[in-house]
Design a protein around this ligand. Structure first.
Ligand SMILES: Cc1cc2nc3c(=O)[nH]c(=O)nc-3n(C[C@H](O)[C@H](O)[C@H](O)COP(=O)(O)OP(=O)(O)OC[C@H]3O[C@@H](n4cnc5c(N)ncnc54)[C@H](O)[C@@H]3O)c2cc1C
Ligand SMILES: NC(=O)c1ccc[n+]([C@@H]2O[C@H](COP(=O)([O-])OP(=O)(O)OC[C@H]3O[C@@H](n4cnc5c(N)ncnc54)[C@H](O)[C@@H]3O)[C@@H](O)[C@H]2O)c1
Length: 476
């Protein structure tokens, strides 16, 4: 076994989308930077999450849209070409090879060390390489942990015997199971139920709660429930799994109410756990397995010296790629500024502080219909104690919706902070709303006064005219 030592200004553990961007921004600030990655550069998002899942969903959403357009509907009446969809998914996942990402990393002059990284003390990281060697790294300025998350599996008796699908198998499987049981009612569950039902599985969703997408506005979950049921998905609410077994090749599922169900595969889409159990947190006074809590400049709380940062999923602030990359741009810049002893701009909305994490996190759920939201939901607004006006509008009444397709169903909600006269939350649910959300993000993050928003004229006839209708409804 060989042991090598190296020193960099910044060490990033984890080369997912977030670690890559922390490294690129730190390098752009003039700091020598290395990424430690144990699997594929590009992380979960590129290979087992965003990219493959959206590649599976795109034909489903496009077909649903096309089937509402007279004259086009017969052309899309048949089943999907499963082989072609899976082949496209493979291409969009770069065939699970990361050469392109490595080329990009080289082009921005960031080093890569392949292997498992662990903190061994303040500013110290040891990398266990696949060849069995150890590389001992020292950071002059900062270590950033961007190790992301993995699927969190509930302790269901028999789980270890059934080889369940997690989000990884659900995004990379190359065969369509005849019957797929999906446990969970969050984003992964609804997206993957949508995809696999359309690819030919009979999907049954086993949902603990009494609705889908419980963290969003209730109407969003209701519209997605209708869409899934119309597609043939069997959704069972208030349902909990008591035990599992695999017998004669099938998964036998026993429910808490005594009911039984058989499936060919079972997907557990029951949330995420941080990948911090084996990164040496104990050597810097933290607890392995915990989420890493951070201040608004991404320094981990409870660590002396301010050298340890946690960016992306692992800090639990907003488990989405775009938000993690936003965090990364800010973390890279603030690490650079601190290293060069430049002033830190950490007032709200400053260059070195992630204010949007608290005020304006957008999300699109790629189901039929889509859901898109940013900022507060009405439940969160109520809990925040602010004075809020809730404005609802039936999206189907917008001229653009009539053009979009027949029998358009959708809804929009805008939350107004009545003391400040600004929009603090928006949710759209309906076909095509994914591309509408950035207008809402600009209104919320920009704190655009409603009187000025009145002058932002949406083009006719687009879905965006919902903004005019929401403002008119507010003005009465
Ligand atoms: C099915 C699914 C679909 C999703 N779809 C979307 C979507 O459409 N849009 C969206 O915005 N978000 C989506 N997400 C969320 C998105 O995938 C995550 O928010 C994003 O991947 C987080 O990036 P990250 O860099 O923080 O972590 P990851 O992408 O998890 O990357 C972490 C990296 O760290 C490496 N690593 C971990 N521990 C070590 C170690 N000790 N040493 C070395 N390397 C290590 C891992 O190998 C990995 O490469 C989806 C998630 C799932 C599960
Ligand atoms: N389009 C996107 O932006 C996108 C897509 C997929 C995932 N993601 C991100 O990935 C993250 C993870 O998604 P997720 O769907 O795994 O998590 P989630 O937190 O959204 O949903 C978890 C679901 O599992 C259920 N659950 C939890 N414990 C359970 C148990 N013991 N038994 C049965 N059900 C249980 C919950 O009730 C909930 O319905 C999300 O936070 C999301 O931000 C984003």
């Amino acid at each position: 076994m060989n042991e090598t030592t190296r020193t960099y200004d910044v060490i990033v553990i984890g080369g997912g989308p977030v670690g890559e961007n922390v490294a690129e921004r730190a390098r752009a600030a003039g700091l020598s930077t290395v990424i430690v990655e144990r699997e594929l550069l590009g992380g979960e998002c590129s290979f087992w999450a965003c990219d493959p899942s959206k590649a599976l969903l795109r034909p489903v959403v496009a077909r649903a849209d096309a089937s509402r357009i007279p004259g086009l509907d017969p052309a899309v009446a048949g089943p999907l070409d499963v082989e072609a969809v899976l082949a496209h998914r493979d291409k969009m996942s770069s065939y699970w090879k990361d050469e392109d990402q490595v080329d990009w990393l080289n082009s921005v002059s960031v080093d890569l060390i392949r292997g498992h990284g662990r903190l061994t003390g303040p500013k110290q990281v040891a990398v266990q390489t696949p060849e069995g060697d150890t590389v001992a790294l020292t950071a002059r300025h900062a270590v950033a942990v961007s190790t992301g998350t993995r699927a969190a599996l509930p302790p269901i008796p028999g789980l270890d015997t059934v080889r369940p699908w997690t989000s990884r198998e659900a995004t990379s499987a190359d065969k369509v199971p005849g019957r797929l049981a999906v446990v969970g009612g969050g984003v992964v569950a609804v997206e993957m139920a949508t995809a696999w039902q359309a690819l030919g599985s009979q999907v049954t969703m086993l949902v603990l709660d009494n609705g889908l997408l419980e963290r969003m506005e209730p109407f969003a979950g209701e519209l997605v429930t209708d869409g899934l049921r119309e597609a043939g998905v069997d959704i069972r609410f208030d349902t909990s799994v008591a035990s599992l077994a695999r017998e004669d090749g099938e998964v036998r599922i026993t429910l808490a109410d005594g009911g039984e169900l058989a499936a060919d595969e079972i997907l557990l889409a029951t949330g995420r756990a941080p990948q911090t159990h084996d990164v040496g947190l104990q050597t810097v006074g933290l607890t392995p397995g915990d989420w890493l809590s951070v201040d608004d400049t991404f320094r981990v709380t409870g660590v002396d010296g301010g050298w340890l940062y946690a960016v992306g999923d692992v800090n639990r602030r907003a488990l989405m790629t775009h938000q993690g990359k936003y965090q990364a741009r800010i973390a890279g810049a603030v690490i650079g500024a601190r290293a060069k002893k430049e002033p830190i701009d950490d007032a709200p909305w400053g260059a070195h502080v992630a204010t949007a994490d608290h005020a304006a996190v957008p999300q699109v759920v790629f189901t039929t219909p889509e859901v898109a939201s940013v900022g507060l939901t009405s439940r969160e607004a109520e809990q925040s104690g602010r004075r809020i006006e809730v404005v609802d509008y039936d999206l189907a009444q917008v001229a653009g919706a009539h053009q979009y397709g027949e029998d358009y169903r959708g809804r929009a909600r805008m939350l107004i902070d009545t003391d400040r006269n600004t929009v603090v939350g928006v949710t759209f649910a309906g076909p095509g709303v994914g591309e509408l959300v950035h207008s809402a993000t600009i209104a919320v993050a920009g704190e655009v006064p409603l009187d000025r928003l009145w002058h932002a004229v949406p083009a006719f006839p687009t879905l965006g005219e919902v903004w005019l209708r929401l403002l008119e409804t507010h003005r009465g």
